[in-house]
Design a protein around this ligand. Structure first.
Ligand SMILES: [Zn+2]
Length: 280
C-alpha cells in the first residue's frame, strides 16, 4: 500500500515536472501504430517457469485474478493457441492444416491485423476456432498507462465485433507481460487473461528440427501451447506434432472448452468435499 502511495505521489510529480520525459517513456498511439509487426518479432516472452512463479507469488499474496495458466491436470487435453495473426500468406495454410487434422484451436488476434484481413477472421470463426483478444497494436501493456491498456483491448474487441458481430471473453497480453495494474484493468473489461504452459519458441524461427524436438515435450495434461500464426516452421512441424500427441491419447480443445471443463471439475470437487464435510 505504502509502495503504491509512493508510486502515485511520484507519478504525480513526474506528470507535473516532466511531461516530455513521460511521453518518451510511454509509447504514444502514433508510435504504437508504427512497426508493430517488427515489435512482435522482437517480443520478449516470459517463460512458462516465470509465469508459474508469478502465479504462485500472487496466490501467496492472496491475489486471485481472472486468469488461466493451465487446464485440468487430470485430463488428457491440450489447447493449441496461435498468436499475432491473421496474416495474408500464412493464416489460410494454417486453417487448411487444422481443418485437415480436425483440430480446433484458439487464435489470439491482433486488432490491426484483423482489420486488414477480415475474411480470415470470418474463416477462423466459421471453422470452429475460438477468437481471443491480443490487443490492437501488439504492445507491451506494462509500458502504457491503464486507460491505454483498456483502449488496446477495447479497440481489438471492437474490430472483431465489427467483423463477426461477436465479443471476445479471453485475452493474452503480448509477451505474457502483465502486472497487477494491467490485470486489474483487464478484469474490469470482463476479460480472462490466458497465459501458457509450453513455449517451443517458434517466433524465433529456430529451425524445424528444434521446434519439433521442443514440441515433443509439450504433451502434458492441461497444456496450453504458445504458437504463432505467420511462421512457416510452425506449419511444417504441426501435422507431425498433432499426430504424435493424438497417439499418446491427447485431444485438442479450445481455451473456452478447457476453461469450462476446469471450472466444472472444480465445482464438482468443492460440492463433493462440502457433502463429505456434512456427512462427517
Ligand atoms: Zn504476440
Amino acid at each position: 500500500m505504502l509502495h503504491r502511495t509512493r508510486f502515485i505521489l511520484l507519478s504525480g510529480l513526474v506528470l507535473c515536472l516532466a511531461p516530455v520525459a513521460l511521453s518518451r517513456q510511454h509509447p504514444s498511439l502514433a508510435q504504437r501504430e508504427e512497426g508493430f509487426e517488427k515489435r512482435a518479432e522482437k517480443e520478449i516472452y516470459r517463460s512458462p517457469g516465470e509465469l508459474k512463479a508469478q502465479d504462485e507469488a500472487e496466490l501467496r499474496q492472496g491475489m486471485k485474478y481472472l486468469k488461466l495458466i493451465k487446464g485440468d491436470p487430470t485430463s488428457k487435453e491440450i489447447a493449441l493457441t496461435f498468436d499475432d495473426g491473421p496474416h495474408q500468406h500464412w493464416t489460410k495454410q494454417l486453417l487448411n492444416l487444422l481443418r485437415a487434422n480436425h483440430v480446433r484451436a484458439t487464435f489470439f488476434v491482433v486488432g490491426k491485423m484483423a482489420e486488414r484481413y477480415p475474411n480470415l477472421i470470418r474463416q477462423e470463426l466459421a471453422d470452429g476456432h475460438q477468437l481471443a483478444n491480443h490487443t490492437y497494436h501488439h504492445v507491451n501493456l506494462t509500458n502504457i498507462p491503464a486507460n491505454e491498456v483498456a483502449s488496446e483491448y477495447r479497440m481489438c474487441d471492437e474490430a472483431i465485433h465489427r467483423i463477426t458481430g461477436r465479443h471476445m471473453s479471453y485475452c493474452r497480453p503480448p509477451g505474457g507481460q502483465y502486472d497487477h495494474d494491467v490485470i486489474q484493468t483487464t478484469e474490469k473489461l470482463g476479460l480472462t487473461t490466458v497465459l501458457w504452459t509450453e513455449d517451443p519458441g517458434d517466433y524465433a524461427k529456430p529451425g524445424d528440427g528444434v521446434i519439433q524436438k521442443r514440441l515433443m515435450h509439450c504433451g502434458h495434461n492441461g497444456a496450453i501451447i504458445l504458437l504463432h500464426d505467420g511462421i512457416q516452421q510452425t506449419l511444417d512441424v504441426l501435422p507431425g506434432m498433432i499426430k504424435a500427441l493424438r497417439q499418446k491419447g491427447y485431444r485438442f480443445v479450445t481455451i473456452d472448452q478447457m476453461h469450462h471443463e476446469l471450472a466444472t471439475k472444480l465445482a464438482q470437487m468443492s460440492r463433493s468435499s462440502e457433502s463429505g464435510r456434512r456427512a462427517r
